[in-house]
Write a protein of this length. Structure first.
Length: 254
């Protein structure tokens, strides 16, 4: 079942995506509409061709291959069935609550306990948002692989990065609030007292996608930016006061 998804202006500015053929880009957008709330869908090339580009003469397998090589997708197999994971889908889409409640029959790639994909070596951000791929020094859980008591980015064969000690973190899931905070901090317009803000974030553990949606309109309000932005709340207060629950102002009628 196809679903409505978001597309941001930064999608069209992404240089890495711009190197791919136009049909690849169109197919990538179409994939968002058939993916479940985790960004996963079944990979059956003939059926996928009919769902994505039924009127175009193209090789869907080559399209998938190019998108995977560019770091936008990851193919995987479970119980002799093939699937595709859209990288960092959940960080930049906001599926309807009913999708998550209903669940999905598509197993996530996490079942394999393998990394999804690391940031490209040239550090080019992926599609849909200029912030889709975080700074490699701030790892996304999907891009980590557990090795003994430590974690390493992506694939050892592809990256020249040494393992680092994170023995105080028992599970990859424990990294999610930390990574969510780093994404929030990157987007928050007032950079003061980061450690205090991090403590507040780890205490409240808000939904990152909801916070980012609120920031999109809050950063445009005159109240936040009058008198050189002195009315922007400190990040700690923003988090503790649950300011993402504020309602946007009514549009002015002309």
């Amino acid at each position: 079942m196809a679903r409505s998804r978001n597309i941001k202006p930064a999608f069209f500015e992404n240089e890495l995506l711009g190197e791919l053929p136009a049909l690849d880009r169109l197919a990538f957008i179409a994939m968002w509409t058939i993916a479940d709330f985790k960004g996963c869908f079944e990979y059956r090339p003939k059926r996928l061709k009919l769902k994505l580009l039924p009127y175009d003469d193209c090789d869907i397998e080559k399209i998938v291959e190019r998108l995977e090589q560019s770091g936008f997708l990851k193919k995987y197999s479970i119980a002799e069935n093939d699937y595709i994971k859209i990288i960092n889908f959940s960080a930049h889409q906001n599926p309807h609550i009913k999708e998550k409640t209903a669940g999905s029959k598509i197993p996530d790639i996490d079942v394999l306990n393998k990394p999804v994909l690391a940031t490209n070596k040239n550090e080019t951000n992926h599609a849909d948002s200029l912030l889709l791929i975080p700074n490699p020094l701030k790892p996304h859980p999907d891009n980590l692989k557990k090795i003994g008591n430590g974690l390493i980015f992506g694939s050892i064969d592809d990256l020249d990065i040494q393992p680092f000690d994170m023995s105080n973190i028992m599970n990859i899931e424990d990294l999610i609030p930390i990574q969510d905070f780093e994404i929030f901090w990157t987007n928050y317009p007032k950079k003061t007292k980061k450690e205090d803000a991090k403590v507040a974030w780890l205490k409240v553990k808000p939904d990152l996608s909801v916070v980012l949606q609120a920031l999109e309109w809050q950063k445009e309000t005159k109240e936040w930016f009058r008198e050189e932005g002195q009315y922007i709340p400190n990040a700690k207060n923003y988090i503790l006061d649950h300011r993402w629950t504020d309602e946007p102002p009514e549009p002015i009628a002309f």
